[in-house]
Ligand binder design. Structure first.
Ligand code: EPU
Length: 443
């Protein structure tokens, strides 16, 4: 987003979004590929890097650990990361980044391999559930790491080095799978990871590691086998496009009755989303340059939807889509099975005029960890309802984007507070919005 000294935006709703935006590399891959560079003994080059604050935070964090990071031939859209002088940063320096990102936990393996210990401050990220790190720590311990929990953060050491192991994740967690990959590639011997996450961003990270010299087999049934190697080199890699950002703008087009061409969007990573988009009545056309999304006029259809790990419907697509579903005819049903607390944003939509009821029951067939534990994780959305402007405070990245879509679809003016968070995951958010014809003003 362009630099502003305000984090409040006025939105005049009722205008369909129309035009073109482009997406760059995925927010949920780029910082991890940057971390992977620490494992090498030669510089790496990452291209298609978005200018978002999550990248800036990780860049600063790596620099604190002695990695030289400079813009590449493509300006800030490519990064050259030189890890030849990696060192342990001081605790005081790292603590400055406490609460700003969830990426530091992924530095454990690379730092243990490079300098023998790691200090991890309190983690940040969106408040969409407890977001524990028990799978990460259990995995690290199985590799031979010793985790010392201190009030200021975690001190992690590996007195006897890191050794390959057999692991099974209790749930196919994205971050924990990445943790295992980034640790196992240089551990001694073979690691077998069962119940791994296989999101496209993880496959892209595996491609990065393979370019560096890692040996990683992606077997059937969520099994990944990694043969540790003694050294890794650098990589040259173009990050896969951001499928969350693509879906966010696609939903904005649908909810506002508009049409948006998302340049660089890639069909293969969005198949499940595209099926649901079509069932809901949205139209799209895939070209070799991107995907055009539009509302064809007439009624939208209610859908039943369950979020799930890949190849299921992503939890990050759910919040923007729910806004479009407030404009569909009939009852849409949503079962959120990835995060226990990702429906809080619906309260604000109700204030705008949406009819959404939330439930602790599992409204769907996918086995889920939350039903019997009384978490509000299902919703019934009744539509179509006309929305009216309101005063809203952004709760988290995707929830905030859904508020913005709702404000754009609503009649009248809305005030959106806390929009700074969009800079975490949406490059050039404001210029893109204005380019699509949205009536917005910073206050
Ligand atoms: N979980 C545990 N223990 C752990 C780790 C995870 O119980 O040690 C649970 C979580 O509480 C959650 C589930 O497992 O209920 C899945 O969490 P996961 O580890 O897969 O999520 P993550 O790696 O922390 C990434 C993305 C999220 C995205 C999820 C799911 C990044 C930086 N974040 O988070 O993206 O929702 O995977 O696909 O990659 C976003 O982009 O807005 C965002 C929140």
């Amino acid at each position: 987003m362009s630099r502003t000294n305000t984090d409040t935006m006025e939105v005049s709703g009722g205008t369909p979004l129309a035009g073109e935006i482009s997406v760059r590399g995925a927010k949920n891959l780029v910082p991890k590929a940057m971390v992977a560079a620490v494992l090498g003994d030669q510089p790496s080059t990452l291209t298609n890097v978005p200018r978002i604050s999550d990248v800036t935070i990780v860049r600063e964090l790596l620099e604190l650990h002695g990695v030289t990071v400079r813009d590449g031939a493509d300006g800030p859209h490519s990064l050259v990361l030189d890890p030849s002088r990696v060192e342990q940063a001081t605790m005081g320096d790292i603590e400055v980044h406490a609460g700003s990102s969830r990426i530091p936990i992924l530095l454990c393996g690379p730092l243990l391999h490079r300098v023998g210990h790691a200090f991890i401050p309190d983690l940040g990220g969106c408040r969409i559930g407890d977001r524990p790190i028990n799978f990460h720590l259990d995995a690290l311990r199985q590799f031979g790491a010793v985790v010392d929990k201190r009030p200021e953060g975690l001190q992690i050491t590996a007195p006897n080095g890191l050794t390959g192991t057999q692991l099974e994740l209790p749930y196919p967690s994205v971050g924990s799978t990445e943790q295992v990959l980034l640790t196992a590639v240089r551990a001694q011997g073979v690691t077998e990871l069962r119940n791994a996450a296989v999101e496209p961003e993880i496959i892209d990270l595996i491609c990065v590691l393979q370019k560096m010299g890692a040996i990683i087999n992606l077997d059937t049934d969520r099994v990944i086998r990694i043969t540790g190697v003694r050294r890794l080199g650098g990589y040259i890699h173009e990050a896969l496009p951001d499928r969350m950002e693509t879906a966010s703008w696609a939903c904005a087009a649908l909810a506002t009755g508009g049409e948006v061409f998302v340049r660089n969007a890639r069909q293969v990573d969005l198949m499940t989303f595209l099926n649901v988009y079509r069932r809901a009545g949205g139209e799209f056309m895939v070209t070799h340059e991107g995907i055009r999304f539009w509302h064809p006029g007439g009624k939208l259809n209610a859908v039943a939807l369950e979020t799930d790990v890949h190849p299921g419907f992503m939890t990050d697509w759910q919040q923007p889509l729910v806004v479009a579903l407030t404009q569909a005819t009939g009852l849409s049903i949503l079962h959120e099975t990835v995060y226990e607390n990702r429906l809080g944003f619906t309260e604000a939509l109700v204030r705008l005029g949406a009819q959404i009821q939330v439930f602790t029951d599992c409204l769907g067939a996918t086995p889920c960890r939350f039903g019997r534990r009384n978490y509000t994780h299902s919703a019934v959305i009744s539509g179509p309802t006309s929305l009216r402007g309101a005063d809203l405070t952004v709760p988290d990245l995707r929830g905030g984007f859904s508020y913005m879509i709702a404000a754009l679809a609503a009649q009248g003016r809305s005030t959106l507070r806390g929009i700074d968070i969009f800079a975490r995951g949406y490059e050039n958010f404001l210029p893109k919005l204005e380019g699509l014809g949205a009536q917005v003003d910073l206050r």
